[in-house]
Design a protein around this ligand. Structure first.
Ligand SMILES: Nc1ncnc2c1ncn2[C@@H]1O[C@H](COP(=O)(O)OP(=O)(O)O)[C@@H](O)[C@H]1O
Ligand SMILES: [Mg+2]
Length: 275
């Protein structure tokens, strides 16, 4: 990754040659807050071009800006390229070619569906891995995710939901300016997922990272995000601000109206739901 004078970082990685020079004015404001993430005309293609159709174009020109502290959820059908986009922002897309501009802040954390904890390290050590003198901060973050007292537990002693809490604590211990989450609650049961939604909202309100949450769950997107975007045919086909007041309930008419619009954008008949 290359440092950018604006305190942001241009993700280069394996596609360095294809990443354009950043020309965006990063101090410009969108809805008053400066941009934390700028994606311009992002193209990503798997495989090498051959005469016999060896290429799989996935992203065909994605434009996306995320403001500091803004929570954006991205919806799209399976295989639409959500994880490909997230990996581009994380600088983890080494197996793909492409072009375009990706600008992210310096401190980026990623949370996946699988908590990816090291089984041989205790919970606190998993949280502070790679950081020096961070035990107090690690304990603080574990308390924030409701795991005070479990610092010396092994990951296998925790439930799936608790492991994801550790994963969230680990991502927050670095005070990320950008949190990338790829279906982080996809493997959890419905009740645990609801608890995790509440926790994530609280944590984001306190730490205010910019967030890009990948999900295939329309209700999850509306519950958590300030704005929901839909990825379709390699581009963002819809930007939908979630302008709901107070606690969000799926029973509210405003919630239902947003759900209907998003299902329509995803090509799902209203009666079918999304699962
Ligand atoms: N490493 C890879 N090599 C080849 N094709 C890939 C690779 N990763 C993803 N793809 C393909 O790219 C498309 C988008 O994948 P992905 O970004 O994982 O979609 P989503 O997260 O929206 O389900 C899919 O068709 C998938 O098969
Ligand atoms: Mg995916």
């Amino acid at each position: 990754m290359a440092a950018h004078p604006g305190g942001l970082t241009v993700v280069a990685g394996a596609v360095a040659d294809a990443v354009d020079t950043v020309t965006t004015d990063l101090t410009s404001t969108i809805d008053d807050a400066p941009a934390a993430v700028v994606v311009q005309d992002l193209v990503r293609t798997y495989g090498v071009p051959t005469k016999t159709d060896g290429e799989t174009p996935v992203l065909l020109g994605v434009d996306l800006t995320i403001r500091q502290g803004e929570f954006v959820a991205i919806l799209g059908r399976s295989g639409s390229g959500k994880s490909t986009l997230l990996r581009a922002l994380a600088g983890l897309d080494h197996d793909v070619s492409g072009s375009g501009t990706v600008v992210v802040p310096e401190r980026v954390s990623v949370v996946f569906q699988d908590s990816r904890l090291l089984p041989w390290a205790r919970v606190l050590d998993n949280v502070t891995l790679g950081l020096r003198h961070a035990d107090d901060l690690g304990r603080e973050r574990l308390a924030e995710v409701g795991l005070a007292g479990r610092e010396r537990a092994w990951p296998t002693e925790l439930s799936g939901g608790e492991q994801q809490r550790v994963s969230l604590a680990r991502s927050l211990v670095r005070e990320p300016q950008l949190l990338l989450a790829d279906e982080p609650f996809g493997a959890l049961d419905a009740l645990t997922r609801i608890r995790m939604h509440t926790l994530l909202r609280e944590l984001c309100a306190r730490h205010r990272p910019a967030v890009l949450l990948v999900t295939h769950d329309v209700d999850e997107a509306i519950t958590l995000a300030d704005r929901v975007v839909v990825l379709d045919s390699g581009r963002i086909s819809l930007h939908l601000p979630v302008d709901l007041e107070g606690t969000r309930s799926a029973a509210d008419p405003g919630f239902a109206a947003l759900r209907a619009r998003l299902l329509d954008a995803l090509g799902v008949p209203p009666t079918e739901g999304t699962e």
